[in-house]
Design a protein around this ligand. Structure first.
Ligand code: SF4
Length: 389
């Protein structure tokens, strides 16, 4: 499990006019092309200091170096957790933010906090989504250019990435050029793709290995729009999905299961099979109880035990139609055992938790466990599964 901190604080002195620096880490070493690197030096390796890096992170303030015209940080808490090829942002006199972890296959680029929907179970809070301080496109492109070109997977997420409009096209173009061998997953509510002209522009710039994941929360406008709290969202998302299918872009549909829709799960998967049989993947997901989901707990939370039968019937519909079907974020002892083979350990490594009783469970290594935000939200009783050796 990767539990390295995302924010590092200490003494930070940035001369850069942009008030931030994004760079790739080289630790106690040197590289030839310094222009995209930040050099990290502990006290034993100060002799490796070399001019020309974007910035420097020192274990302690060096006394024999001229620091006047360089961007540097020192006495940073947990600086030693940084590793070669991590990508960090040094924020002026404030902190260092870890943007890319080189030892993880679970990296994401958050392109905006804003969204044109306001889902009742959104894991972000209203306050986060309404912030106007989104990363500018210059920063995002710099971030992408620093990511090592052998990275396997990147998720592009928000908020709603479609809020970037033309900048999303620029961002995808940069991904296509700089990371030709990386798999990309774009998480979107799909509404912007109802615009055919925009979808055409996206199509012309998508990276080679690219998929868009979009939500369908109901098989009808009334319930879907009630969940997204955005009138017209069902019609736009469905039209967007069909436009993307026309362009032969790989589509994943995500169904989040909540109190308002769990009884309709089978109708939803039937709708997908009938209306958009070209979708590659249907992922059915359990709630993450943060942000709006936590605030609206009484309206959204449904016990895993209540969902069990509906979940099984829904999965059978898409599986029968030959659509790859996966379950995300479900503890194994809470689903029908015939679905074990399609259930995945999907919760981000630093968020996954297990109950105390899970320690004696024989299938813990295969179990998706719980979100840190969900595990104690209600009294969920687990049933450890014992397999005789
Ligand atoms: S007991 Fe724990 S580890 Fe075992 S299946 Fe249930 S939640 Fe997973």
């Amino acid at each position: 499990m990767n539990k390295r901190p995302f924010i590092l604080k200490g003494n930070i002195f940035v001369n850069n006019y942009d008030e931030y620096i994004i760079g790739k880490i080289v630790k106690n070493n040197n590289v030839e092309d310094k222009s995209i690197y930040i050099q990290v030096l502990d006290m034993q390796h100060l002799d490796l200091f070399s001019e020309g890096y974007k910035g420097y992170i020192f274990e302690d303030k060096p006394i024999n170096l001229d620091l006047k015209n360089i961007n540097y940080c020192c006495n940073i808490n947990n600086y030693e957790t940084l590793i070669d090829n991590d990508v960090v942002e040094i924020v002026n006199n404030e902190w260092i933010r870890l943007l890319y972890r080189d030892d993880s296959d679970d990296n994401a680029i958050v392109v905006t906090n804003q969204c044109n929907s306001n889902c009742i179970m959104c894991p972000d809070a209203d306050m986060v989504r309404n912030t106007k301080e989104n990363p500018d496109i210059k920063k995002l492109l710099e971030h992408i250019r620093c990511i090592p070109d052998d990275t396997k997977h990147i998720t592009i997420t928000g908020g709603e990435p479609g809020m970037l409009k033309h900048n999303l096209v620029c961002l995808l173009r940069e991904c296509k050029e700089h990371l030709p061998n990386t798999d990309f997953l774009l998480l979107s509510n799909g509404r912007v793709f109802a615009n055919t002209q925009f979808t055409n522009q996206i199509f012309e710039n998508v990276p080679r290995n690219f998929r868009i994941a979009m939500p369908i929360y109901a098989d009808n406008e009334s319930l879907h729009d009630e969940i997204t709290r955005a009138k017209g969202s069902f019609e736009q998302t469905v039209r967007g999905i069909k436009n993307l299918i026309d362009k032969k872009i790989d589509i994943e549909i995500r169904i989040v299961v909540l109190k308002k829709n769990y009884k309709q799960l089978k109708q939803i998967t039937r709708f997908i099979v009938k209306e958009m049989p070209e979708v590659k993947i249907v992922n059915i997901m359990a709630l993450e109880m943060t942000g709006n989901a936590y605030k609206n707990m009484e309206e959204v939370w449904i016990n895993f035990d209540e969902i069990k039968n509906e979940l099984y019937s829904a999965c059978i519909e898409t599986l029968k139609a030959g659509i790859i079907t996966n379950l995300y974020n479900f503890p194994l002892c809470k689903i029908d055992e015939r679905l074990y083979s399609i259930s995945h350990r999907s919760i981000t490594d630093y968020k996954v938790r297990y109950k105390e009783a899970c320690a004696e469970c024989s299938i813990k290594d295969e179990c998706g466990g719980f979100f840190n935000s969900t595990i104690y939200v209600k009294d969920i009783e687990v049933k450890p599964i014992m397999i005789e050796e």
